[in-house]
Every structure is written in C-alpha cells, then in structure tokens.
Design a binder for this molecule. Structure first.
Ligand code: VOV
Length: 249
C-alpha cells in the first residue's frame, strides 16, 4: 500500500485576482479618485506593518495579458484573516472598481519527501520556519499556477511507493536548485481547499526564467509522468510607491 507523506504546513494563502473597472474609473471625479487611492495606500501600509511583524506577508502584481488586471497574494496565519482582508478591500472605495475574478486558496506546504527533512523531528529549524512562513520576495515578476498529480491507471502518483515519490521529488529538487538566485518558489497545498492539488508561486527578476525552469522541469520524470497544470498567471510587482502612477489618468 502506498503511504501518505507527512506534511508540514504553514500560513494560509489566497491568490486573489481582480479586473479593474477602468470605464467607471474614468467617469469618477478626480477628488473621489484621490480619496480612493489614499484609502487604498493606507490599507497597504496596514498590511506592510503585519509583514514587518512577521505575522503574514503580501504582494500586489499588475497582471500581464487579459486574465486579470491585479493579483494580490496574501499569506496569513488563519483563513479568517484572509477572508477579512477580502472584505476590507471590497468595502474600500477602490474596491468598487476592483471586480473579483479568479482566486485560489491554499496553505504553504513542505513534505517529508524532502531528503533534507528526513529524520528530523517536527521542531522547526529556522530554515524550515522561513519556508513555512515566507516573506514574499519583492522581485520584479511572479508566476502562479495550480497543479495536480495524475491518477491514471498507468501513472497514479498516489498509488506508487513513498520511496519512489521521494526519489522523483529529489530529482525535481536538483533541477530547481540550478535556479538558485534566479527563481524562488513557494509550494502550497490545496487538496480539500481548491480545485487542484498544489499551487506553485514563482518569483523572478527576469520573467524568462519562468519559461526556462518550467520547460526544464517538463523533462523531470515527476513532471513528465505525473504532472497536470492549470492556467498560468504572470504579473509584474506593484510597490506602494508606484500606486499613484498606476491609477493616474
Ligand atoms: C526554484 C525551484 C524549485 C525547487 C528548488 C524545488 C524543490 C522542491 C522540493 C525539494 C520538493 C519536495 C519536498 C517539499 O519540500 O515539499 C518540491 C515539491 C514540489 N514542487 Fe518544487 N521546486 C522548485 C520549483 C518547482 C516548479 C517550477 C514546480 C512546477 C513545475 C513542475 O514541473 O512540477 C514545482 C512543483 C512542485 C510540487 C507540485 C511539489 C509538491 C509535490 C508533492 O507531490 O508533494 N516546483 N519542490
């Protein structure tokens, strides 16, 4: 019988994408627009304070292409906080123009498949803690997509032995390591929370690195044989100091 792997779980995560209602924004008076932006920047400041206290993390991205205009990524200790943040955005003035789109709910996950974790007790080392409660790198680009492992009769991830899964993920990790300094990844588990099984969030200074790493990994056995992918969303980081310029008409 295949054995379930122990997971270590961290912060709850939501990827929240919004379409911006530019048509209504253009019909809004400058005074109201300024008030809306000011209020939104105050919200961002409040979130930044949470991140400074290491009680969560977040980033805002300008989405490339027409899947959305924005992608918020929020990490918090509880699902309640994630829901509160959504309400806070929706109640704000700018929220009137931020039309809810796609979202994805998951929890930061590490598995004991990682050979580096084998044999360790579940007490958190600083390295493990940093991976379970990550402060999002404020790099220029982010890429998010959900994934699942196949459950085909001839390729069923959940039916193969744990040792085999560990071997395959080790090989995968070795490919990933080649991208140290170029791509950072956060793996979140979403079984029981959303439509796919994992969320993959990648960060890079150069968006070309997303294409390179995902392509190279297609040749790793774990991906070739067992991976299914959902839609990809790519965004450019929007720091608080650029918010005024973004909304200016
Ligand atoms: C920067 C790149 C990078 C690195 C270093 C890296 C390393 C690792 C390690 C060591 C481990 C295993 C143990 C753990 O710690 O959980 C994982 C786990 C995982 N990965 Fe990964 N991954 C990367 C990057 C990376 C990418 C680009 C992808 C998607 C593309 C692809 O083709 O799949 C991915 C997927 C996953 C998934 C879905 C899991 C969970 C699988 C499961 O069944 O449990 N990942 N990953």
């Amino acid at each position: 019988m295949a054995e379930a792997v122990v997971t270590m779980d961290g912060w709850s995560v939501v990827h929240d994408t919004r379409t911006f209602d530019w048509a209504s924004w253009k019909l809004t008076s400058e005074e109201v627009r300024n008030t809306a932006i000011k209020e939104f920047k105050e919200l961002m400041k409040k979130w930044e304070a949470v991140e400074e206290e290491k009680l969560g993390s977040q980033s805002l991205y300008k989405v490339v292409g027409n899947k959305a205009d924005f992608m918020f990524i929020f990490l918090r200790p509880t699902m309640d906080e994630l829901e509160e943040i959504k309400r806070e955005i929706n109640k704000s003035k700018l929220g009137d123009y931020l039309i809810p789109d796609y979202s994805y709910v998951s929890i930061v996950e590490m598995t004991m498949h990682n050979p580096m974790n084998e044999g360790k007790d579940r007490k958190l080392s600083p390295q493990v803690e940093a991976r379970l409660y990550p402060i999002l790198p404020k790099w220029e680009h982010a890429c998010f997509y959900p994934m699942a492992r196949r459950r085909w009769e001839e390729a069923n991830w959940f039916a193969i032995e744990k040792e085999e899964r560990t071997r395959l993920l080790y090989e995968h990790g070795m490919t990933g390591r080649k991208y140290a300094g170029k791509v950072k990844e956060i793996i979140t588990g979403s079984i029981g929370l959303d439509n796919w099984e994992w969320g993959v969030t990648l960060f890079a200074h150069d968006a070309l690195e997303f294409k390179k790493i995902v392509y190279e990994m297609r040749f790793d056995e774990v991906t070739t044989k067992y991976a299914e992918f959902g839609d990809f969303i790519v965004g450019n980081y929007l720091p608080a100091e650029d918010v005024d310029a973004y909304f200016a008409l």
